[in-house]
Design a protein around this ligand. Structure first.
Ligand code: ARG
Length: 463
């Protein structure tokens, strides 16, 4: 069914129809499109444009279309250009010309904007639920490895000893912010565009506040031209997706490194890793590599919509149809990545004896050696220089910091005494990080508790 006619004598070229059609991807919006039409029909009836009986027949037809689509028996036809056309065509088959009345005062421009906002609001909740599950998995691994200490890195060079849970929890806090970003994206979608018509509003006196209430929107758009062309909520969602994917890619990379033979810290569960068709010994982190790889794709979706919107004149332009595929793809990519990440994290096993082995790194407590001198009253630059000289001495003797005697140390500063041994112990060094947010045991337990109450509070609020 074409939605125009009078002005045209010829049919569209099939290649043109195929080019402009959005049905293949916007049909997934059908529950929202039907919900949106039902609310509009109720608004029309309230405004006295259609009678109660007419409202009842159209709503019944819409219900029927919904069940046909739910059951997969709805027959799309070649001329269904998009989901709106398909639904209206079928309603008209069911109730005759009356079906056409539901289009009164409405345009596909305000309709698609409404459908998409409803979709985004639901998807944000779905994503938030998955992020919270992943945070839970991270909390569980953190708890069960609370006493594991490993060398931490900066520049991928061994830097200072750190509690493994502290590093895992860092990802928990990234994900906490991600879930809040999705709450924000949901708020940005939570505005009703319906009633904006093509862009100028409509002479039909429909009560938009009533429609917002029926559809569950918190407010109605202030400007009808903005309402049909605003895709900020899609950008906000794509930004939230991109940042979350960037965080997942960093966690993926960390896991890939930790399960390399060189680190040997981690083994992935069989269910979440792959073997090699050629090398029998291999166990590969393909899932994590795909999360890392798919991140580029999600960022691409954000960039493609930004470029699409750049310099678009008011109000609606068909370019806006190009918002959907990147949005759907990015959300599917993120949701499947979250599932794989949660499965991987909740089943991976840390090798605690290997952790102890690599912790015995020669210079991992060099900073603590300097801080020992500071505790004896030396200023930090001097302390840093002396600790550096000790390291250099050790390197030339092929020894580690814990292999030299107190007398040897005294050659560098007479402030050294027996108590320095405690400062050179990697475990002691971790517990001595006393500031708020550091990696000592109590602080990590506090972080676990903070994240846990965030998750519990959100679960209560969102479900
Ligand atoms: N399929 C379009 C979209 O996704 C909505 C239809 C608006 N079409 C139009 N010719 N005004 O944005």
């Amino acid at each position: 069914m074409r939605m125009w006619g009078g002005r045209f004598t010829d049919d569209s070229d099939p290649a043109f129809m195929a080019f402009t059609s959005s049905l293949s991807f916007d049909k997934r919006l059908y529950p929202y499109d039907i919900k949106c039409s039902s609310a509009w029909v109720r608004g029309l009836s309230k405004a006295g444009v259609i009678t109660q009986e007419e409202q009842a027949s159209i709503l019944e037809a819409l219900e029927r279309v919904k069940s046909e689509m739910d059951e997969g028996v709805f027959e799309f036809v070649e001329t269904d250009e998009d989901i709106h056309t398909a639904v209206e065509r079928r309603v008209r088959e069911l109730v005759g010309d009356l079906g056409g009345k539901m289009r009164t005062g409405r345009s596909r421009n305000d309709q698609i904007a409404t459908d998409l906002r409803l979709y985004v609001m639901d998807e944000c909740l779905d994503v938030i639920g998955r992020i919270l599950k992943l945070i839970e998995a991270i909390l569980e691994v953190s708890r069960s490895n609370i006493d594991v200490i490993i060398p931490g890195h900066t520049h991928l060079q061994q830097a200072q000893p750190v509690r493994l849970a502290h590093l895992l929890l860092a990802f928990g806090f990234m994900l906490k912010r991600d879930s809040m970003r999705f709450e924000e994206a949901r708020r940005s979608a939570d505005v009703l565009p319906l009633g904006a018509g093509a862009f100028a509003g409509t002479s039909i006196p429909v009560d938009r506040d009533y429609i917002a209430q029926v559809l569950g929107f918190s407010s109605v758009s202030d400007n009808s031209a903005d309402a049909v062309s605003d895709r900020d909520f899609v950008l906000d969602t794509l930004f939230a997706v991109s940042v979350t994917m960037v965080h997942l890619s960093r966690l993926a990379e960390q896991i890939i490194l930790w399960c390399s033979d060189e680190f040997g810290l981690l083994e992935l569960d069989d269910a979440w890793s792959t073997g090699s068709s050629l090398m029998p010994q291999k166990k590969n982190p393909d899932g994590m590599e795909l999360v890392r790889g798919k991140t580029g794709r999600a960022i691409g979706s954000l960039v493609s919509l930004l470029v699409c919107l750049k310099s678009l004149p008011l109000a609606y332009n068909r370019d806006l149809q190009e918002d959907k595929e990147p949005l759907f793809d990015a959300l599917e990519t993120l949701k499947s990545s979250l599932v794989v990440m949660e499965g991987t994290v909740s089943t991976m096993k840390f090798n605690q004896s290997r952790a102890a082995e690599i912790l015995d790194a020669p210079f991992i407590t060099a900073t603590d050696l300097a801080e020992f001198l500071v505790s004896k009253g030396l200023d930090f630059p001097q302390a840093h220089r002396i600790a550096g000289e000790v390291v250099s001495f050790c390197v030339s003797r092929n020894k580690g910091l814990r292999d030299i005697s107190i007398d040897e140390l005294k050659n560098f500063s007479n402030l050294f005494d027996e108590t320095v041994a405690g400062w050179l112990d990697p475990r002691g060094a971790v517990e001595r990080k006393v500031v708020k947010g550091a990696c000592n045991r109590d602080e990590c337990l506090m972080q676990i508790q903070k994240l846990e109450s965030f998750v519990q509070e959100r679960l209560k609020r969102l479900c």
